[in-house]
Design a protein. Sequence first.
Lengths: 290, 195
Amino acid sequence: MHTLKKVAAILNPPAPHMVGDGFRVHNFFPSGYKIKMDPFYLLDYNAKIEFSPTNSPKGVGVHPHRGFETVTIAYQGAVAHHDSAGNSGVIYPGDVQWMTAASGILHKEYHEENFSKKGGPFQMVQLWVNLPAKYKMSTPKYQAIAHSQIASFELPDQKGTIEVIAGNYKGVKGSASTFTPIEMYNLRLNAGAKATLSSNSHYNTALIVIEGNITVNGTGHAATNQMVHFAHEGSEIEIETNENSVVLFLSGEPINEPIAQYGPFLMNKPEELQQAIEDYNTGKFGYLEE
Amino acid sequence: MLENFQSYLKERLAITDEQAKEATSCLKSKTFKKGTILLSPGDLRSDNYFINEGLLRSFSIDEKGKEHIIQFAPENWMISDRNSAVFNEPSVFYIDTIENTEVLIVPNHFFADIQKLLPHILELNIKMLHNSIRFMQQRINMLLSATAEERYLDFIKLYPNLTLRVPQWMIASYLGITPESLSRVRKDLAKRHFR
């Protein structure tokens, strides 16, 4: 017998701040709200915003990461990316970039050149997905997942599509490989659609309304830019759309390990942070031109 | 927000919590947004800034408009322009915030004022001054004699996490090298150390 997953809170986006000069983000966690979302450590949401045209692309310069994965999901606009492992690419609307920083990588992220020149609406999500201790120092890797490659589940009566970025939705297997069990979907639903999601009751779970207006479990109403956070009770989530809507769904098995974080490093112990700083300072993360 | 300064005193003087609280009760904290100038050349101010949270720097600007960074002051550091703080002469340097910062304002007369309460404070102050002179001498020696790489390696020993908080050009300015030389140093280190 499946029971509905209890809604813990419907959260407004916290006040935004700039990351570099190219991302105006609302940090839902860990600073915005103190909610349990392990294995997701951080969620920066760049709500839709207009960027005016410019010849010098805005963004974030070279910076390191160690101990986790960054996942960038583009909804509007385009971001160019380069890293010290020699990977580069452009993340367009619908694409997902899943970068496993693990033992250490340097990267930079800027608005793609043509997008910068033309300007326009920009909307992105960036997540930090934690890694269990035993994988924190594994070799960095990079999954560039184009929108067209993302496996999807079609709702009956052309009511919409559920794009399975990671995990498994009704037999459709997610495109990204993950280190711990994670369900991550983009729901692109037409008005009047109904979709049911399920996830283990002990998984930490939330969704963000990227666009539109939805009703969750019959009673909870969430509008554009709001997050719905779920309690550890029940496993089923029913979503009904009141208009055409896009929803990002996140659910994951908690890693439940100690956390030590400083700036761009996410480890288990303070001494591992010291080591990360020293390794970064002495070139052990490699080199990337500004 | 006096706790950090109280701990700072307690770690260096054998005093009780109560003594630390009483000694610091007259001090006020203040917050500043990133990019705020706290002191400019010509200002007369007897304040030292103890950093609770955030990051300050002192610097000068030459005739060509180029900035030269004298000192960074992250958490638990104290910064001032001694021209005005100690000698009551016009300041020579700028002091501004690199991050949103909370400082405790420690007037220069603070150390004399609390002597009765904390008899060892003057000794501590002298020791801190000597420590500061020691580092200043090391910095002069580096600027006169060391290679760019040696200066950088000395910098990361003194300020391990500032490479994550400060733009490259500011580190280059502090080291007295061009941003291009700093990039070269970091690139060379990566070539030797990246496995």
